[in-house]
Structure formats: structure tokens, C-alpha cells
Ligand binder design. Sequence first.
Ligand code: 5GP
Length: 172
Amino acid sequence: MENSLQKYIDRAEIEQRVKAMAQNIAADYREETPVMVGVLKGAVVFMADLIRKVEIPVELDFIAVSSYGASTSTSGIVRILKDLDQNIEGREVIIVEDIIDTGLTLQYLKETLYQRKPKGLRLAALLDKPERRQVNIEADYVGLNIPDKFVVGYGLDFNEKHRNLPDIYLME
Ligand code: 5GP
């Protein structure tokens, strides 16, 4: 049976939120060229829009992580599938993530990247599900808080599908 999709966040609203985040980032990094680290693959669409609205110089890098096995959601054990291309020591770094759910992925990423001695490390997430949090982690830049529902589109997938939808949908 097909899963039904229900439009949840329109592209115009997404654009507004992304623009506001970009303005906040640009204001905070006037003197720096931050390295924006996109978490593959979900953050790709958000990242592409965000960087074009940030009116300061930035550099891009990407990291891909995967969770180990079925216990993922409770173990918080994450494996790096594709690491950064560049050395971030002494750099201002912004992790760009599609959505924060339990927070375990970002907690792991933050700890791992901190060990590389960046000058600063912040998090930008398009969506946040605060109800689901298992660890104490907050993004520095958030687009929208959403309830505990599964969403797809604008980079977010269900079994690799729906990433290319321009709006965000609830999947039921
Ligand atoms: P966390 O470690 O915070 O629990 O998980 C974050 C990751 O789970 C996100 O990067 C995303 O890949 C996936 N995820 C969490 N909630 C959703 C959702 O509502 N829709 C989709 N498509 N992925 C989600």
C-alpha cells in the first residue's frame, strides 16, 4: 500500500525560514569565513538554499554518517561513512542538519568534530522535534519546531524517496 502524503510546510514558508536563518548566520560571522558542514544526504537541499542566502563568504564540506544496526535510536552509536575533506582546526564550523529528532546524531557529530579543535562549532537545523529529544542538545539556528510526526520532502526521505519534493509533507 502507498503511504499517503499530506502537505505540511509550503515552499514559501520554508524559504522565509531559511532566509531568516541565513541572516542570523551572516550577522554572527561578520569577521569569519565559516566552514559549513552538510550532513548527507538529508541536508543537501536545505544547505543549497541556505548558502545562497548567507551574504558572507563561506566554505562547504560534507560528512556522511550511518548508525549501527537496529539499536540506532537508543545507542547513539554512529559511524562516519564519508569524512570531511578539510582540516577544521582553528576554523569556525557550522554543522548543517535537516532535522533534530532524538539528538543522538548531532551529539555524536559535535563530540567528534570538537576533538579536531575548531575555533567554534555551531549547529543549524531546518526542523526540530523537541518532544523526541533523548540528549541535551540544542541547535544554534532552527528553522521550525514540529511535533513528533514523520516528515518527508525538501531533502528528507523515506527509504530514499521523496527527497526531491519542494515542499515538506507529513507521511501517514
Ligand atoms: P536523531 O539522531 O536526532 O534522532 O536523528 C536525526 C536523523 O533522523 C535526521 O538527520 C533524519 O535523517 C532522521 N529523521 C528524524 N526524523 C525524521 C523525519 O521526520 N523524517 C525523515 N525523513 N527523517 C527523519
